[in-house]
Design a protein around this ligand. Structure first.
Ligand SMILES: Nc1nc2c(c(=O)[nH]1)N[C@H]1C(S)=C(S)[C@@H](COP(=O)(O)O)O[C@H]1N2
Ligand SMILES: [Mo]
Length: 428
């Protein structure tokens, strides 16, 4: 390990420009596309919308084999294939941080049960000084990582597809992927080493462009084809900014399902960036591609460029009530409705609530000091009058000036739903 280079100025992440540059570099032979066919990348440049509709991924394991280690009581979770969605009504009793037992799980395949004592993090690639190859990596053990300065940060992990089910139920759109309601999010207090510290100790070269963490879980098979292990390039500017290699979640070692012994934690970005069970990180002088920033996690469809949007980065703004869908309320009795709102673009500073299906609105009382990268809890009093079915709605606004729209712009894979959700309830 060699001397630490000075930090780069915090470059503004112009993500669309970043992506265009990478596609140009790839076409000029300057970028490596690992596991992405040339055809696929050309498709990104010249695809028809129809070519981008993807078949649903097949389960990688025999039916009945558990893909998640922790208990999934039905009053807390909805099982969705290899994944488990947190029920919002189960969050009512929780504080700002989601207890580890209640945190949603998104697994492409299945949770691997690893041992910290055997674990190594390998850093390799053309973006390290001396350019160590895959055969000559820089290695860190679990104790090496723990010996680095520790950082604690509260942040959500939210799937890019959170809310996807509402594209169908609320907007009548056909989209592929897991039909999450709004429970593919959790907030935890993460503790770990800074990725920037690890990169600098590994000998980061001034030529480095992208880093690509890769998980130790099984290869992901989609439509009969192995796409390799879960991995996704991260631009160096973000990697050096606020990314952690986390080994604790809410004061405990990471649970198996959430990445034990170490996961990447990329605040405010789509959940796929936060690679669990990280085993190696390629540090590349060339831009990188993987299926997780080409085929997946871009916006395709008639409202988007033919080649798809730039790879997804920040999350959108959303709100949820801490209530079951279809909850009932006695008429004439005073209630307090609770909920939470969050955004990847800034802190949520304002939430408006309607208890009459969207006719009238009033501001909610906020229960947290608004902070970026996490949710703001809120409440409104409500005394239901007329009996019958109605909808509760919440509309959040963040410090970046984003307000939830009435309808989300659709995309074929149902990412980044941001519309105000109409939460059905009945007054009895
Ligand atoms: N190695 C690995 N990392 C992964 C995944 C995975 O399947 N394998 N899923 C990603 C996705 S799509 C999401 S939304 C988050 C979910 O994190 P959680 O299961 O801790 O809630 O992990 C990300 N990191
Ligand atoms: Mo995800």
């Amino acid at each position: 390990m060699s001397a630490v280079p000075p930090p780069r100025p915090a470059a503004r992440l112009d993500e669309a420009a970043y992506d265009r540059r990478r596609l140009r570099q790839w076409l000029a032979g300057d970028a490596r596309a690992d596991g992405v066919g040339r055809r696929r990348l050309l498709t990104l440049l010249a695809a028809t919308a129809a070519a981008t509709a993807l078949p649903a991924p097949r389960p990688a394991r025999a039916a009945g084999t558990p893909t998640i280690v922790k208990a999934l009581p039905p009053e807390w979770f909805v099982r969705r294939g290899t994944n488990a969605e947190t029920r919002w009504e189960a969050l009512r009793a929780t504080g700002h941080h989601t207890p580890n037992e209640l945190f949603f799980v998104r697994n492409h395949t299945a949770t691997p049960v690893l041992e910290a004592g055997d674990w190594r993090l390998r850093l390799w690639g053309s973006g390290l000084r001396g350019a160590p190859g895959e055969d000559r990596p820089v290695e860190f053990g679990y104790d090496d990582l723990r010996a680095l300065p520790a950082v604690t940060r509260t942040a959500f992990v939210e799937c890019a597809g959170n809310g996807r089910g509402h594209y169908t139920t609320q907007q009548g759109e056909t989209v592929t992927g897991t039909a999450w309601a709004l429970g593919a999010i959790g907030v935890a207090r993460w503790r770990g080493a800074r990725l920037s510290d690890v990169l600098r100790r590994a000998g980061l070269s001034s030529r480095a462009a992208d880093v690509q963490p890769r998980g130790l879980d099984a290869e992901y098979v989609s439509d009969g084809e192995s796409l390799g292990r879960v991995r996704r390039p991260l631009p160096l500017a973000k990697a050096l900014d606020d990314v952690l290699l986390a080994y604790e979640m809410n004061g405990e070692p990471l649970p198996y399902d959430h990445g034990y012994p170490v996961r990447v934690l990329v605040p405010s970005w789509v959940g796929i960036a936060s690679i669990k069970w990280v085993g190696d990180i390629e540090v590349s002088a060339q831009p990188l591609f993987s299926p997780w920033n080409t085929t997946f996690y871009r916006l395709f469809g008639s409202a988007h460029p033919q080649e798809g949007s730039a790879p997804l980065t920040r999350q959108t703004v959303k709100s949820a009530f801490e209530l079951a869908s279809g909850a009932t309320f006695p008429a004439g009795r005073g209630q307090v409705l609770h909920g939470r709102s969050w955004s990847g673009a800034g802190a949520v500073t304002r939430v408006d609530v309607s208890t009459d299906g969207g006719t009238s609105w009033r501001p909610a009382r906020l229960h947290d000091r608004p902070r970026p990268g996490t949710w703001t809890r809120w409440s409104v009093p409500w005394k239901p009058g007329t009996r019958g079915a109605t909808h509760l709605l919440a509309r959040a606004t963040d410090t970046a000036g984003r307000t939830q729209p009435d309808a989300a712009v659709p995309n074929t894979q149902g990412y980044l739903f941001d519309a105000v959700v109409r939460h059905p309830v009945t007054v009895v």
